[in-house]
Design a protein around this ligand. Structure first.
Ligand SMILES: [Fe+2]
Ligand SMILES: [Fe+2]
Length: 378
């Protein structure tokens, strides 16, 4: 199997400045709400030089667009995390739906004996993220996001999965693992245009299942372990994307409460990423006998050293903002321009939407363009 193209990574998120979106102007937004008093306050605040939205407490159209894009991203996360949980997580009333697949759960537990609990908790978090964001939008007179009509992709046929329509496809993934080296570099930063090698090059060169497609995938053992390893790396790939999305958008929030939402959800994505980056390092080196996918020994040559050693799980301080400043331990990238479009491109390139119609991508791109058009002070 070969992939169509080298997958773009979040390394590239900072380079695109999308201006294709259309956002209702803040003045129209206020007028539409019939806020004559608010408009008067706006004038006074402009005279005083204050940011009008911050001073007035209004959520701008741009703020709403960023929350809507975040809600869409969280709906997508919840959809695929639920698929992981049905087969490999704890089954309880907090995350209902599946009945568990003991062989897949056992293969995941090779990465950490608590994997089933962590999968469950990450799933619950994603549901809470999109439900909160949508409820907040609705409570403030803005449109929430509903992607239910696109829940048409098939479920895994393996024992333990519900048979319902899905938004996302976990059975043909092309996983970008360049976050592994990006977070270990002491001299490079994607916001400076730097690129990074993947930890598992094979995962970028094909389409691989991260869940068993049917019970036929439960053997031989090394095939099932390769599927669990793919999941283990995919978990971190996804959550580092969220770790960059939220601080990148937060820089353009006008309303203080919207800023608070973005900077309160964002770090939970980073808590997930930190956990998963640690677990991915425990994925056993192996070759999948059914398709040749190689998980290399990251502690031995030609891997190993500071760029690959598996117990290096904290971000390495690197260049930030200006090469002349001291290096700093940071989330990377956080350049705000084009971040939402970059996330859509990133999710599309990993194959998460394989099987979705073009209309689905155009809806996502529309939400991204509106979020990317949001500006601080407008
Ligand atoms: Fe989330
Ligand atoms: Fe997440």
């Amino acid at each position: 199997m070969t992939t169509e193209a080298t997958s773009p990574s979040v390394d590239n998120l900072q380079t695109t400045h999308d201006t294709g979106g259309h956002v209702t102007s803040r003045r129209a937004f206020l007028a539409g709400a019939g806020a004559a008093a608010g408009t008067a306050a706006l004038g006074a605040n402009l005279l005083a030089g204050a940011s009008p939205a911050l001073a007035s407490g209004e959520m701008t159209a741009g703020d709403a667009a960023m929350l809507r894009f975040a809600a869409a991203a969280e709906i997508i996360e919840a959809d695929f995390w639920q698929q992981y949980n049905e087969l490999g997580g704890i089954q309880d009333s907090e995350v209902p739906g599946g009945s568990g697949n003991p062989a897949y759960t056992a293969a995941l537990s090779v990465l950490d004996s608590d994997m089933a609990q962590y999968v469950h908790d990450n799933t619950q978090d994603e549901f809470s993220h999109f439900m909160f964001l949508n409820a907040y939008l609705a409570a403030h007179g803005a449109d929430p996001v509903n992607l239910d009509r696109f829940k048409t992709l098939p479920s895994s046929k393996a024992s333990g999965a519900q048979q319902i329509g899905r938004l996302t496809n976990l059975m043909e993934l092309t996983v970008d693992t360049t976050w592994w080296t990006r977070y270990r570099s002491a001299t490079k930063n994607p916001d400076f245009g730097d690129t990074f090698p993947p930890a598992v090059p094979g995962l970028l060169k094909g389409q691989f299942p991260a869940i068993p497609r049917s019970d036929d995938d439960l053997k031989p053992d090394r095939h099932l372990q390769a599927i669990a390893n793919t999941a283990g790396f995919h978990f971190a790939t996804i959550e580092q994307g969220g770790s960059s999305l939220y601080p990148s958008m937060a820089q353009r929030a006008n309303n203080r409460e919207v800023l608070r939402i973005l900077i309160s959800i964002g770090p939970t994505e980073t808590m997930h990423f930190q956990t998963w980056s640690d677990k991915a390092g425990n994925a056993p080196p192996l070759t999948d006998p059914t398709n040749g996918l190689v998980f290399p020994d990251l502690n031995s040559k030609p891997f190993g050293g500071e760029d690959f050693q598996t117990n290096l799980i904290m971000p390495e301080p690197t260049i930030f903002l200006d090469r002349d400043l001291p290096v700093c331990s940071i989330i990377r990238p956080t350049n705000t321009n084009g971040i939402a479009k970059g996330v859509v491109d990133f999710l599309t390139a990993m194959g998460l939407f394989r099987g979705q119609p073009a209309e689905f991508l155009s809806v996502l791109r529309g939400l991204a363009a509106a979020a990317d058009a949001a500006r601080f002070g407008e």
